[in-house]
Design a protein around this ligand. Structure first.
Ligand code: NAD
Length: 455
């Protein structure tokens, strides 16, 4: 069998070298035969869908999640991520292919360990690697020859090699020889019905060629396309570049929205017309700001790291500045409208329609709607909200709950601000019964309401 494997992976049968490659060959074999046991650390938006795919591909999967409530839920087969079908999760739990635990006990039995823990920013917009460091330290106590560790969390170029590698090698095992270490950024787009974990191409880079070979083979068993790059650092930069690309382009159209407001033009009309050009342009749309766990954060990871190289990423700084100011612009536009109808903000009632950071999902992290709510509340506006996906906003730091979207509620409000465009909301009903609507998402595009003002 071993001979067959060597041929298959194009290895020469030199004796000394063969001894060094034993761990790699063993792992490659376990991966192709799906005997490898896979651990996924962090059962969130990234980790859980990946764990499910790995289990569906035939691997035995162990989730490691520090939130005991999530552990219990998953072990009962209960789903909490919108993009996952309940019956899919239930099936792998019932079949015994997927279990979840709250600690790293028996992590030495795992052959492949994928890490998908949060990478937030500190208050000063610098990388906060506490979760990655904590997990790496925990894993180092269970590291044994023949394991692959792959980091999927989004982070600055160099994290895998400069932060994780030394921690993992502390006890004497060597990467590339004894164990393998890679970075493979996750590209999941919550709420996207077409592009899921399985059919979205995955970039992979290792801390060396052996790690790359093992990681590439592993991901090829689970996702439909794998793109190898020559280092973990390159893979890390790929991901932060992708999100920087979005942040910069969103900032550009947001800036257009500010300019169109001054020029008395409808930015949506201008952009829709511009995007009819069949080449050299691609659609991005303005809004009340950027949200989620990626676009507002990831570019700042790169910005911070670039300084180590005496390099200033001006586009990132500028995009951050423009995008972060959008909630204030929404407030300004809302007050202009209220002023026009003779209403003082501090005596007005405003309904925010949508709290999630984008349409059709329940994720409120970094949502600009929350910032709009905070700004209005600071000015003593009576803020109400409706979001079919977020019944209660206390976890998001607001002492509010979603109110049913009734005619009575709409009539009682001085202004409705559409902060998130959820497809399930009947905007015709909203426009018909609201006094005034400030639409920051162009959700009322086809309604021609004369009580509607767009961003
Ligand atoms: N959400 C997205 O759309 C998205 C897309 C691509 C990449 N990413 C990146 O993937 C990473 C994870 O993001 P997410 O959205 O899945 O986060 P998440 O908050 O949804 O999930 C992270 C999970 O990790 C758990 N966790 C934290 N520390 C732990 C520890 N020490 N041990 C075990 N579990 C621990 C948390 O309890 C949580 O359940 C981040 O780096 C993010 O930038 C996110």
């Amino acid at each position: 069998m071993r001979g067959g494997q060597r041929m298959r992976f194009g290895l020469t049968p030199k004796k000394q070298w063969r001894i060094d490659m034993t761990e790699q060959l063993d792992l490659l074999h376990k991966i192709t035969t799906r005997v490898a046991k896979v651990g996924v650390v962090g059962m969130g938006y990234v980790g859980l869908p990946f764990a499910l795919e790995a289990a569906q591909a035939g691997f035995q999967v162990v989730g490691i999640e520090r939130d005991q409530r999530r552990v219990d839920q998953l072990n009962r087969g209960e789903n909490y991520i919108d993009d996952i079908r309940d019956e899919d999760l239930h099936a792998v739990v019932r079949a015994g292919k997927f279990t979840v635990q709250a600690d790293f006990e028996k992590a030495e039995d795992l052959d492949v360990i994928v890490i998908a823990v949060p990478t937030p920013l500190t208050r000063h917009l610098t990388p906060d690697l506490q979760y990655i460091v904590e997990v790496t330290k925990s894993l180092s106590g269970h590291l044994r020859p023949g394991q692959l560790i792959s980091l999927e969390s989004t982070t600055y170029p160099g994290t895998t090699e400069e932060v994780m590698l030394p921690l993992l090698e502390k006890r004497g095992l060597k990467a590339e020889k004894d164990f393998f270490l890679a970075h493979s950024p996750e590209r999941v787009d919550p709420g996207n019905k077409r592009w899921k974990t399985k059919n979205t191409t995955k970039v992979v880079g290792g801390v060396g060629p052996n790690s790359l070979e093992v990681a590439k083979l592993f991901y090829e068993q689970i996702v439909e396309g794998v793109v190898p790059v020559t280092s973990a650092k390159a893979a890390e930069l790929v991901k932060v570049f992708e999100n920087t690309f979005r942040a910069v382009n969103i900032a550009l159209v947001n800036e257009m929205a500010l300019l169109c407001d001054r020029m008395g033009l409808n930015v949506w009309e201008v952009l829709d017309a511009a995007f009819t050009k069949p080449f050299g342009i691609m659609p991005f749309y303005p809004g009340p700001g950027v949200g989620g766990h990626c676009i507002p954060l990831d570019p700042h990871y790169l910005e911070w790291k670039a300084r180590e190289y005496n390099f200033f990423t001006h586009f990132i700084t500028l995009a951050g500045e423009v995008n972060r100011k959008m909630p204030e612009f929404v407030r300004e536009k809302a007050y202009r409208l209220l002023n026009r109808v003779g209403k003082a903000p501090s005596r007005s009632k405003i309904l925010l329609l949508g709290l999630a950071y984008k349409g059709d999902i329940s994720d409120w992290r970094e949502s600009p709607a929350l910032e709009v709510a905070r700004l209005l509340m600071q000015d003593k506006v009576e803020v109400h909200y409706h979001d079919p996906y977020i019944p209660d906003a206390r976890a998001a730091g607001l002492d509010l709950h979603s109110e049913p979207l009734t005619e009575d509620l709409l009539r009682r409000m001085d202004l409705v601000i559409i902060t998130t465009a959820h497809k399930v909301i009947d905007y015709g009903f909203v426009v018909a019964h609201a006094r005034w609507v400030l639409d920051t998402r162009n959700a009322t595009k086809d309604l021609n309401g004369d009580n509607v003002i767009v961003l």
